[in-house]
Design a protein around this ligand. Structure first.
Ligand code: NAP
Length: 304
């Protein structure tokens, strides 16, 4: 029987390349969990505290990658990954690279090919929490790439947070990252715009936040969306409790209220435009979720 690799952190050394705020947090979490940790950064002074706590500072990126079987890279972007690792010869064949910088699915595919040409196993990934939450067992880390590579390092990756494997396509992690961050920005902008609208009548943000975030959102948005998600997959938008025509009316009132109150109108106008487009496409008697059909197409409606 083949012996199973050890799951003890002390038997699983890790290299971290890139010590910006996120790379520092990753290296700290690995050290804290007992992994022998080698680090490298363009600006080596940033490693001072880590070295004081037991990390080894490699003299070059090539030395860092050669130090062990697994290297976690967290640089600014994919271009920087090549800039740092190409002169180092990529990485010695047989090693594994886990790349956690942000980017696009095409960039992730290109990086996976770049690694494959060098005989290096590659996982792409995305960190879904800010640096202070790295190392918390509930913090979500997304990975995509070969399942067997993920499984081989799952225990070590769990020292950073909750590792989720999304599939073998290398672009899936950054695709989910873009989708979730898009959701975050749209939600924050929705809240900030709504707060500006009531603020035009002197309502304090703190009062409105309680009503909007603690009362309104959990009952009206969150639960409804989870319940109705299967309808999105099925393209089934029954309008018996409210039609898109009715919702267009509501969006019209929001845009007009913004004009009356003298606050920014682009966001409600864009939402109105999207709903109008769905009606033009024949979904007027459907419920609001039919705007999903507009979002699935490449054309971007004007935000006039
Ligand atoms: P960052 O400013 O995006 O990246 C800093 C790192 O990149 C440092 O190690 C820096 O080295 C290195 N770097 C930049 N240009 C370089 C070059 N030309 N050659 C060599 N190294 C270079 O900071 P970060 O916050 O740590 O983010 C790293 C990645 O994690 C990014 O892709 C970011 O989108 C992602 N991320 C960050 C957060 C967050 O909250 N911070 C959250 C999720 C994901 P020096 O130290 O020498 O400048």
């Amino acid at each position: 029987m083949t012996p199973q690799p050890s799951t003890r952190p002390q038997d699983n050394p890790v290299t971290v390349i890139g010590l910006g705020p996120m790379g520092l947090a990753l290296a700290e979490a690995l050290l804290k969990n007992g992994h022998p940790t080698t680090v490298w950064n363009r600006t080596p002074e940033k490693a001072r505290d880590l070295v004081a706590r037991g990390a080894r500072l490699a003299a070059s990126a090539a030395d860092a990658v050669a130090a062990g079987p697994l290297t976690v890279v967290c640089l600014k972007d994919y271009a920087t990954l090549y800039e740092v690792l190409d002169p180092a010869g990529g990485a010695p064949a047989g090693r594994t690279l886990v790349n956690l910088n942000s980017g696009t699915p095409n960039e992730a595919h290109a990086a996976a090919s770049w690694a494959a040409e060098r005989g290096v196993a590659y996982l792409d990934g995305a960190v879904m929490v800010p640096p202070p939450l790295v190392g918390d067992p509930g913090s979500v880390f997304l990975y995509s790439g070969p399942r067997e590579v993920f499984d081989a390092h799952r225990v070590t990756l769990a020292s950073l947070g909750d590792p989720r494997h999304l599939g073998s396509g290398p672009g899936l992690a950054v695709l989910h990252n873009a989708a979730l961050l898009g959701l975050m920005y749209a939600t924050m902008n929705g809240f900030l715009h709504a707060t500006a609208l009531v603020g035009s009548a002197g309502v304090p943000a703190a009062d409105f936040a309680d009503l909007a975030v603690n009362r309104f959102l959990p009952t009206v948005v969150d639960a409804t969306l989870v319940e109705q998600a299967p309808d999105l997959d099925a393209g089934h938008y029954p309008g018996d409790l409210g039609t898109l025509h009715m919702n267009l009316n509501a969006l019209e009132h929001i845009a007009l209220t913004c004009e009356e109150q003298g606050v920014h109108t682009a966001q409600p106008r864009l939402m109105r435009e999207i709903a109008a487009r769905a009606i033009e496409d024949g979904h007027g008697a459907s419920n609001y979720l039919a705007v999903f059909e507009v979002f699935k197409k490449a054309a971007v409606p004007d935000a006039r």
